[in-house]
Ligand binder design. Structure first.
Ligand SMILES: [Zn+2]
Length: 128
């Protein structure tokens, strides 16, 4: 089961007035939200980055510019901000991101197989 949360992009610690501001709310998985917590390198709500270090707003910018997935499934930082998010912000390099990615690929393949296999549709054989 996946748990989701609502992240305050600019943490409440630095912008309490934005606590209920829709533009500051980001849909997040529970673990990313927990890892990010109140991290905000500039400690200034008006500065998203401090010497390039900070969080990229997932709504306003493409994550692909800052991070990518390598062929093994690891998440790699491509910029200063990307490396910060991978190593400090979300700690992707300390979490089983490769294993989660491979598990998600298996689930996706199972669903594709189920769609293709008429026997499975008849017998419901891939529901376990
Ligand atoms: Zn996450």
């Amino acid at each position: 089961m996946w748990l989701f949360a609502v992240d305050h992009f600019i943490p409440r610690k630095y912008a309490p007035e934005l606590e209920e501001d829709y533009a500051n709310l980001v849909y997040s998985c529970y673990e990313c939200n927990r890892k990010k917590a109140s991290k905000w390198p500039s400690k200034d709500k008006n500065r998203q980055f401090l010497d390039g270090i900070g969080f990229v707003d997932p709504v306003s910018e493409e994550y692909d510019v800052h991070m990518e997935r390598d062929p093994q499934g690891n998440i790699i930082g491509k910029t200063v901000a990307g490396r910060y998010m991978v190593q400090v912000g979300f700690e992707f390099d300390k979490r089983p991101m490769r294993e989660i990615y491979k598990a998600m690929q298996l689930i996706d393949k199972k669903q594709q197989l189920r769609k293709k296999c008429k026997m499975c549709q008849l017998m419901n054989c891939m529901n376990t």
